[in-house]
Design a protein around this ligand. Structure first.
Ligand code: NAP
Length: 318
């Protein structure tokens, strides 16, 4: 099979295309012929930082590292003991998070418990771009925040991969949603169903909102998340996407009587099936702004790191 290996931690030139033996599915696994790969911020973070790589592999980094976690494709082989999937099924998944998903390859083995049938209305590239962002949004909005009908929810980074799905999930649950983003993405965010938009470049959000039931803060900045605490009502919930911020946030969370939760997304075929059902029924629409070819995969990192358009980046694999 063809794959991109990580030759060392560094810039995009450290992603090197090569030929590797096609893996065989172990018991409980399937072998997927890749049709699409989703690109996420963590891909660049793990590529560029040895510390992040060792964190994600829990110190067990193999000699040959293939990164990437999001995939959509067609099952080619089914390992022993797998039920519910057969060769020819079109599937998508977030593979081995936390761990190495190794989806930057034309074939990928995946635990059957981490995949779902692909929603028929999604292309392979849109499906590939969905699992990590959608599972993060799900685990933030549904699992941790437990958003309820009528609650007021502020979502920062509402045009981003996670944010645009979090807005749709919160609306599906019946919340009043306010999204922040840059001016160029105002109509995109309102088009997702957000009730209000705040341009973060011109308007400090504290001037516009207060007493929120829930804030979902996707911005990678401790000062930003500290500002978010100030707009959550007593007894409200703040969800942030950088779990290592916890010690810096705890004193203010306690003082404000706000429940703070850091998300660390994990693979889940069960949750992905619920997400797939929402997509099939028209409640959730993942948005892909850019599709690149497998040859261009390193360029996808450059784009992700340099102010990409709203939504997600995907790679098509033929
Ligand atoms: N802990 C976890 O399990 C987990 C899982 C997934 C992602 N993450 C992390 O969560 C972050 C977001 O991920 P993503 O996939 O959504 O990234 P993304 O697709 O790159 O989106 C980030 C968005 O943030 C917006 N933004 C930047 N500065 C902002 C500000 N000051 N206020 C409001 N919005 C702002 C940008 O919007 P504009 O273009 O409109 O400026 C951009 O669309 C990343 O740091 C990622 O590493 C963590």
């Amino acid at each position: 099979m063809e794959a991109y290996i990580l030759t060392q931690n560094g810039g995009i030139e450290t992603l090197q295309r090569t030929t590797l033996p096609t893996p065989q599915p172990a018991a409980g696994e399937v072998l997927i012929k890749t049709k699409g790969i989703g690109i996420n911020p963590i891909d660049s973070q793990v590529r560029s930082s040895k510390e992040m790589l060792n964190m994600i592999t829990n110190g067990n980094t193999p000699d040959i590292v293939v990164i990437g976690w999001d995939i959509a494709g067609i099952i080619e082989q089914v390992g022993a003991g797998v039920e519910g999937f057969t060769a020819g099924d079109e599937v998508f998944g977030l593979i081995n998070m936390p761990g190495l998903g190794s989806t930057y390859a034309t074939h990928v083995t995946a635990p059957a418990s981490q995949i779902s049938l692909k929603p028929s209305k999604l292309s392979f590239t849109t499906a590939a771009a969905t699992p990590m962002a959608a599972l993060t949004a799900w685990q933030a909005v549904v699992t941790l925040a437990k958003v309820q009908k009528g609650e007021r929810v502020l979502i920062h980074g509402a045009s981003g991969g996670v944010g645009h799905l979090a807005v749709q999930l919160a609306k599906y649950l019946g919340a009043y949603v306010i999204g922040t983003g840059s001016a160029k993405n105002e109509s995109f965010i309102l088009g997702l169903g957000a009730d209000e938009f705040i341009d973060y470049a011109t308007t400090p959000f504290e001037q516009q909102v207060k007493e929120m039931d829930v804030v979902i803060d996707t911005v990678h900045s401790i000062p930003h998340v500290l500002r978010s605490i100030t707009v959550v009502k007593t007894g409200g919930r703040l969800i942030y996407l950088q779990p290592h911020f916890q010690s810096a946030l705890s004193p203010l969370l306690e003082a404000a009587h706000v429940a703070g939760h850091g998300v660390f997304v994990h693979s889940s075929g069960k949750e992905l099936r619920e997400i797939a059902s929402l997509i099939e029924n028209g409640y959730l629409q993942p948005h892909v702004s850019t599709v690149l070819s497998f040859d261009q995969l390193p360029e996808a990192h450059r784009l992700q790191e340099n102010g990409k358009p709203a939504g997600k980046i995907a790679v098509a694999v033929s």
